[in-house]
Design a protein around this ligand. Structure first.
Ligand code: UD1
Ligand code: UDP
Length: 383
């Protein structure tokens, strides 16, 4: 039996954790014991609690309750809390997902006291170090022992940074092992898709017709905290909705909803809120979200996870960022990088409204990434 200590904190990590927890429960019970620490980075019920209930994730064994504060303080509080638990629990591995401050804190706390770090969603790069996430993922990768990349590009990025192919079952922080295994998010999207069809009432509740709306999510710091960028995105969505009589559904991250009134010019704010086609709603549950994605005409987002889910469900996405880590989506013509530029966003949406034919090749794995990861954890411990 090996013990893994999993760090979650932000919404997408809670969702990703569902895939590994499910694999542990269904295929590795008796071989892997999982202990979960929730840092409390996200804490509203609709950003955290809802996912545990809906996705069948065991409740966290530890809750640090760190909450929202500056990057430095938030990360420091997490490191302090995680270190104490690591010393008590003495796990075989610490497992972290993605690129948030919770990821960074887990990686730093564990690597400093010689607990091997497992990074799920390793190797992704935006090549833009002004993004806090880019710093988090680079640091995390370079103190990890086992690195699992969701895409071929992620694997190549690691090779370019000096990581070596390591086929032996010995790995440590100085000789890490890297694997391309596919995306645990695809595992989840496939697993929960049918349940979403059966149980989600989000379309009915919001009076939505299949393929009759654009789904939008915006939360990235450089969009929410820059009034010009935020306004450009809302202007483009408002104009497109009026021009094509298309509904825009926007489950809004609390970071963004807290800033809308302050950051949008008064006139635009009132136009958007008086536009009957514009539905700004609170964050939705995962089953509701994938239902919204599956039935959307197209998706506009600055989220990493939502870009990928758009692709999993065969929907084009307009990416409200200057770059993406998920370059396979761009290569397939399934996504267009439009930044927060009104003209580029409108051009990209008009392009996808013409219904170009897109081939959604299976570049994110086979839906069994979590099983692969668990089996490698055992193999590296000689089990
Ligand atoms: C974080 C991650 C980002 C990830 C996103 C997923 C970092 C640096 N950023 O960004 O990579 O894409 O999570 O959603 O780790 N807030 C609430 N309630 C909550 C959580 C947040 O009101 O439950 C508000 C607070 O005002 C807070 C703000 O959102 O200050 C930002 O939260 P924070 O966790 O710092 O960053 P995110 O923007 O959520
Ligand atoms: N998501 C959700 N409800 C919402 C918005 C997003 O369940 O209202 C899910 C979405 O399906 C995806 C994940 O949250 O699985 C993406 O998280 P987010 O956009 O917050 O962060 P990112 O992926 O950009 O780090």
């Amino acid at each position: 039996m090996i013990k893994i200590l999993t760090i979650i904190g932000a919404r997408p990590q809670i969702i990703k954790a569902a895939a590994i927890s499910r694999a542990v429960r269904n295929s590795f019970a008796g071989q892997i014991k999982e202990v979960i620490i929730h840092t409390g980075q996200h804490y509203d019920d609709n950003m955290s609690k809802v996912f545990f209930q809906e996705l069948g994730i065991p409740l966290p064994d530890y809750y640090l309750g760190v909450g929202s504060t500056s990057h430095g303080r938030q990360t420091a509080l997490m490191i302090e809390g995680i270190e104490k638990i690591l010393l008590d629990e003495k796990p075989d591995y610490l497992l972290v997902y993605g690129d948030t401050n919770s990821t960074l804190a887990g990686a730093v706390a564990a690597s400093k006291i010689n607990v091997p770090v497992v990074h799920v969603e390793a190797g992704l790069r935006s090549f833009n170090k002004s993004m806090p996430e880019e710093i988090n993922r680079i640091v995390c990768d370079h103190v990890s022992t086992l690195l699992f990349t969701p895409t071929e590009t992620g694997y190549k990025n690691l090779l370019n940074e000096g990581f070596k192919e390591n086929n032996s079952t010995h790995a440590d922080i100085d000789q890490p092992a890297i694997y391309h295994c596919g995306d645990v998010m695809l595992d989840n999207s496939l697993y929960f898709s049918e349940l979403a069809d059966k149980t989600s009432t989000v379309s009915k509740d919001n009076n939505l017709q299949e393929s009759g709306y654009i789904l939008a999510t915006i939360h990235r710091a450089n969009n929410t905290d820059d009034p010009q960028r935020l306004s450009a995105i809302f202007e483009a969505l408002h104009e497109i909705s009026l021009k094509h009589t298309l509904t825009v559904v926007m489950p809004l991250h609390p970071r963004t909803s807290g800033l809308l009134e302050k950051s949008l010019p008064k006139e635009l704010y009132s136009e958007v809120f008086n536009n009957p086609l514009f539905r700004i709603i609170p964050p939705v549950s995962f089953l509701d979200m994938i239902q919204l994605e599956k039935q959307a005409l197209m998706i506009i987002t600055d989220s990493g996870g939502v870009q990928k889910e758009a692709y999993f469900f065969g929907k084009p996405s307009v990416i409200a960022r200057a770059e993406t880590e998920w370059t396979e989506i761009i290569d397939a013509d399934a996504g267009i990088i439009a930044d927060a530029n009104k003209q580029q966003i409108m051009y990209a949406m008009e392009y996808y409204l013409t219904g170009p034919s897109i081939e959604f090749k299976p570049v994110f794995g086979d839906g069994k990434a979590a099983e692969f990861i668990c089996s490698k954890l055992l193999e590296h411990k000689g089990k």
